[in-house]
Design a protein around this ligand. Sequence first.
Ligand SMILES: [Fe+2]
Length: 236
Amino acid sequence: MIQGTARTALKTGASRFLSTPRVFQRTKVTLPELDWDFGALEPHISGQINELHYTKHHQTYVNGLNTSVEKMSELTDLLAREPTPQVAREIIALQQNIKFHGGGYTNHCLFWKNLAPEKQGGGQLPEGPLKTAIEKQFGSLDQLKTLTNGKLAGVQGSGWAFIVKNLDNGGKLDVVQTYNQDTVTGNMVPLVAIDAWEHAYYLQYQNRKVDYFKAIWNVINWEEAAKRFESEKILS
Ligand SMILES: [Fe+2]
């Protein structure tokens, strides 16, 4: 139990975090390396959009996640020394930041990896188990695109659509739509993630987001999706 002035010091602003020396350097998340140049997805997604999306928007989520996780670590330490409802409430409030920035970080990592220039195979669904599953469940790739585009068009505000392999349902494919930076976790293995935030298309498509949703299929990296489909684990 913490007594007297020591307890008071722990309760006063940032200084309360300074009493526990860090004994290791925390490794932070960073932007992933891209497999292509910013302009390589043109004309479907402009180089300007990709550059801003990657260097500004994704970087913001990277920074936000690192900051939030560091703060969580400090609060967890604090709770161990000062187990109070006040500290517990601070931890609960911080969870929203971790959910938002953590989702933004992981969703965009998925997004970059599941895009590929046409000259590198973008848009081409290779023969194999994924193609077989798509045709069995949806009839054709075009039907899956139509279903996904319908979910994307239904995003009111900002969100994502994911084509997933649902391990809770025998590994069947599913299309899941989320809001904000909510992501898919657990037994939903994401194969393809499509960003429906305005920052992903507005500079090029303005209010014609349906055209963006149609165009992006030309640069979907189905080879990566097939690799994820054939694995029981999330690869990135
Ligand atoms: Fe985005």
